[in-house]
Design a protein around this ligand. Sequence first.
Ligand code: 9MR
Length: 358
Amino acid sequence: MEWRALVLVLASAAFCMGFGAAVPEQSLREAARASGFLIGTAVRPWALSEAAYASTLAREFNMLEPEDALKWEVVHPEPQSFDFSQADQIVDFATRHGMKVRGHTLVWHRQNPPWLTEGKYTSGELAEILEKHIKTVVGHYRGKVFAWDVVNEAFDELHPGELRSTIWRDQPGIGLAENGSSYIERCFRWTHEADPQALLFYNEAEAETMNPKSDAIYAMVRDFRQRGVPIDGVGFEMHIAHLHADVASIAANINRFTALGVQVHITEMDVALPVDAEGNARAGDLQRQADIYRQIASACVSHPGCTATQTWGFTDKYSWIGSHSKQTEGAALPFDRNYRAKPAYDALRGALEQVRSR
Ligand code: 9MR
């Protein structure tokens, strides 16, 4: 055999054995182009310097969201100082590659800096601090971040349907503790003042199906819409566990929210699988995972009011599931640790191809 042919044979054998990352013939973002649908992912800034990470991100997605870089502890580390360096890197990447940016998140009970949580501020002081935070961060990204998760996970999982007790609501809160969701309303109004063009979302976990938590959010959003509070969308996180998703209920939930005139974004999708010590999942589970990705993405793209689907990271190399489950679960994303497309990837692309011309 001629040496060039031998090299070719060896190279394709290595590729088939998994030594090279497959480049799909049509990327997710290409599949989404005709319909204008947004396909996004969460991003960690320090991984952008990794060639495979950056090239996969730019090739596959037309939207991104900083996974942690816009949270208080990163962006507002001291009372008087803001640090936009990490989020700026991500936003610059998006600009260079023609991607939209979702902002996550302005008001949350987690990942807040000690100066804030231990500062023993009065409600009046906290209200001032929060207004300044929102206006500074949103102002910095005005015209660059097209949609914000203004308030994140404000409803309780232990008492579904009730608002969670947090520093922002009632510990001590920003002064509106007795008035249900009015502290949330105030946050939406401040954000709108800082960037009237940005789309404003309420983002939540475990409210993807019809259940008491989503009922409560539905009531809040309906009230906001009726009174002209600036809210444009609801984020369904979609962290799927135990390979179980009630797709009919998710579709019904998308229907009722969009009927209020707000958009739905799927904001944080992943499907965690049991993994062995090497982080590998079973082949059958990878297929079942693909089915869930397909069904959920289809439920979204087939509804005109569901305008974006986003995964919470894209490579199994970087995912919150591993550390969160003490490495007993993982393999939750469409690409494996070597950036090879998994069955979930093909499923996602199939769903996007479904809506060439919405
Ligand atoms: O993926 C995020 C992880 O890196 C952080 O350590 C964690 C801290 O709570 O937050 C993760 O992202 C969360 C997101 O901001 C809001 N919804 C739930 C996500 C998973 O916990």
